[in-house]
Structure formats: C-alpha cells, structure tokens
Ligand binder design. Sequence first.
Ligand SMILES: [Zn+2]
Length: 65
Amino acid sequence: MEKKCKNKKCQRSLTEGYKHKYCENCRNEQVKRIKDTGKAALGVVVLVGGTALSIATKGKINPKK
Ligand SMILES: [Zn+2]
C-alpha cells in the first residue's frame, strides 16, 4: 500500500519505510511555522509576563524601600 503525505494539499507519495506522516517538504514547513510561532509566543510571554509582574508587585514588593 502506498503511503501518502497527510497534507491534503500535498499528497506526495512517501518512500517505503518512511516513519513520518508528512513528507520531508511538509515537515520542513511545519518546523518553520513552529519556530515562528515559538518566537511570537515568547514575545507575548515576555510582554505579558513583564506587565503582570509589575502589576503583581505594585504596592507589595517595593525594591526602593
Ligand atoms: Zn507533504
């Protein structure tokens, strides 16, 4: 039975014994997307985290005491 890439837009046939559900091309695309998403998520975390920290520490923790 011929295995095909799970990406409906791709449908490339996969070589026998290929361990992944997606072809090499789609996997590269996914990695790229994950990296971009990770970078964006990290930016949000830093932004939100910094804001939350300043709110949480406001009036409670005063380093200039
Ligand atoms: Zn593919």
